[in-house]
Ligand binder design. Structure first.
Ligand code: KIV
Ligand code: ZN
Length: 522
């Protein structure tokens, strides 16, 4: 079958609904600040995502603000907000979406026996009433309403069909049947869509949607099966970020449709060349590292180690490559610039890597690049990306690391003298600890007292070699909420201080955005 570059002829369009900012952000420790969410939203829009789910406006003031801001600035995509089946949720969601060019209210309620009995404590007939009233209310605010049957794959088919029919009758334009707990299998999910579309009399009046979680590692396979069953919207996230084991990974869905267009004759509007960039940005702002062997965007996704594979690749890349690294935006690792490179060349290089920084951020990133080039023999694209991502993440921080001096070695106690900038005040403290990292963290605690507990401390190297930059992730938790911070520097201890301080900054943002009301299960 012949098809154009994006595989669009002889195929049907599948709409991409990205929920990185909502379901993705629900992943423990993956919270993003407002500025980070806006960076991600801009890139999702550039990527060609059709609908960006920006958050759950009633959940917190922070969520409300970020949905409003995303709604205000996104140019092309529709912007969706999530709402339970209650008037308050729906009205708050509509308020957050007021400035969106294309607003969508996404309302949901549980439909499975176990959820209705234990979570909602409601009879099925009451659930049906709430579906009708919530969708009607949402339609009174906006023309584009999505309704989801939470735990849809564990719902009795007869009841699911009644729910779907009710939602469409009330005005829902998209019907989502989520695999909320990642329980279904491809054959079952495909058959489910076939059955619902066949049995619901008004099914032709709505677009059907898949939303899969990865508890059994089947989220992408199930999503593709749902499309085969008639769904034309895929809900997914960058890097498969999401609750528990995550959601279906957008990069995998998009590249599967492109690469196996012969048996999956569907296309999306996604510019696949931006997928790697999106993966790196989401990894940087959430501080969730991408596993090395992750499909499409992992560091090893296009690496060939064994002699036999390398030999085959040299003869013909098709021997072991089903898609090219360039098609997903992986540029060959390249030596970028040395310490004599100027600001102009630096800006051009960043543009090539997909970054468009404002003047102040550019200058700060350039200063850090100069500093790095003085300390590191070779500066690679990956180094620059780590550095700039760090700059984006820390640009609006209240607390910044200014200087660090560490005494380490076999004879303790190890100590750290740390200087921080806290809202413009320069403060210094010297602390000891059980090792240099502990000493640094103790110094931070003394300068910025807090009760949060350290849940995770992780280090990895950005590139090869002993002078490689270290990328450190630190996860802190307080009152049941966790945040992850990240720092990069050729000095692992400086990167550790930056990562801890970055997590602390995120925690402060989170604390400052109290919940307007308790989240009950409706
Ligand atoms: O997994 C799920 O069921 C959800 C719904 C809110 C759509 O995220
Ligand atoms: Zn979900």
């Amino acid at each position: 079958m012949t098809h154009s570059a994006n595989g669009s002829s002889n195929s049907e369009r599948v709409v991409i609904f990205d929920t990185t900012l909502r379901d993705g952000e629900q992943s423990p420790g993956a919270s993003m600040t407002l500025e980070e969410k806006l960076e991600v939203a801009d890139l999702l829009d550039q990527l060609g995502v059709d609908i960006i789910e920006a958050g759950f406006p009633i959940a917190s003031l922070g969520d409300f603000e970020s949905v409003s801001e995303v709604a205000r600035r996104v140019k092309n995509a529709s912007v969706a907000g999530l709402a339970r089946a209650s008037d308050k949720d729906i009205d708050r969601c509509a308020e957050a979406l007021r400035e969106a060019k294309r607003p969508r209210i996404h309302t949901f309620i549980s439909t499975s026996p176990v959820h209705m009995k234990y979570k909602l404590q409601m009879e099925p007939e009451r659930v049906l009433e709430l579906i009708a009233s919530s969708v009607t209310r949402a339609r009174n605010h906006v023309a584009d309403v999505e309704w989801s049957a939470e735990d849809g794959t564990r719902t009795e088919i007869d009841f699911l069909c009644r729910c779907v029919e009710t939602a469409i009758k009330a005005g829902a334009t998209t019907i989502n049947i989520p695999d909320t707990v990642g329980y279904t299998t491809p054959q079952e999910y495909e058959a489910l869509f076939g059955a619902v579309r066949e049995r619901v009399p008004n099914a032709d009046k709505a677009i059907f949607s898949v939303h899969c979680h990865d508890d059994l590692g089947l989220a992408v396979a199930n999503s593709l099966a749902g499309v085969r069953g008639g769904a034309r919207q895929v809900e997914c996230t960058i890097n498969g970020l999401g609750e528990r084991a995550g959601n279906a990974a957008m990069e995998e869905v998009v590249m599967a449709l492109k690469t196996r267009h012969d048996i999956l004759p569907f296309h999306t509007n996604i510019d696949a060349k931006l997928l790697t960039r999106a993966s790196k940005l989401v990894s940087a702002v959430t501080s969730f590292p991408v596993q090395y062997n992750k499909a499409i965007v992992g560091r090893n996704a296009f690496a060939h180690e064994s002699g036999i594979h390398q030999d085959g690749m040299l003869k013909n890349a098709h021997t072991y490559e089903i898609m090219t690294p360039e098609s997903v935006g992986v540029s060959k690792t390249s030596l970028v610039m040395g310490k004599h490179s100027g600001r102009h060349a630096f800006r051009e290089k960043l543009k090539e890597l997909g970054y468009d920084l404002g003047e102040n951020q550019l200058q700060d990133a350039f200063n850090r690049f100069k500093d790095l080039a003085d300390r590191k023999k070779f500066v690679y694209d990956e180094d620059l990306m780590a550095l700039v991502d760090d700059e984006i993440v820390t640009a609006h921080d209240h607390i910044k690391v200014l200087a660090l001096m560490v005494m380490a070695g076999t004879h303790g106690p190890q100590s750290a003298a740390l200087t921080l900038d806290i809202d413009g005040d320069k403060v210094t403290h010297q602390a000891t600890g059980n090792g240099p990292v502990d000493a640094i963290f103790n110094a931070i605690k003394a300068l910025a007292p807090h009760e949060a507990t350290l849940e995770l401390y992780q280090v990895h190297a950005v590139t090869e070699g002993t002078d490689a930059q270290a990328e450190v992730s630190v996860r802190l938790s307080e009152d049941g909420k966790s945040v992850t911070g990240r720092g990069a520097d050729p000095d692992t201890l400086v990167a550790s201080a930056r990562a801890y301080v970055s997590a602390l900054n995120k925690l402060m943002v989170k604390r400052g955005r109290a919940k307007p009301e308790a989240m009950q299960a409706v």
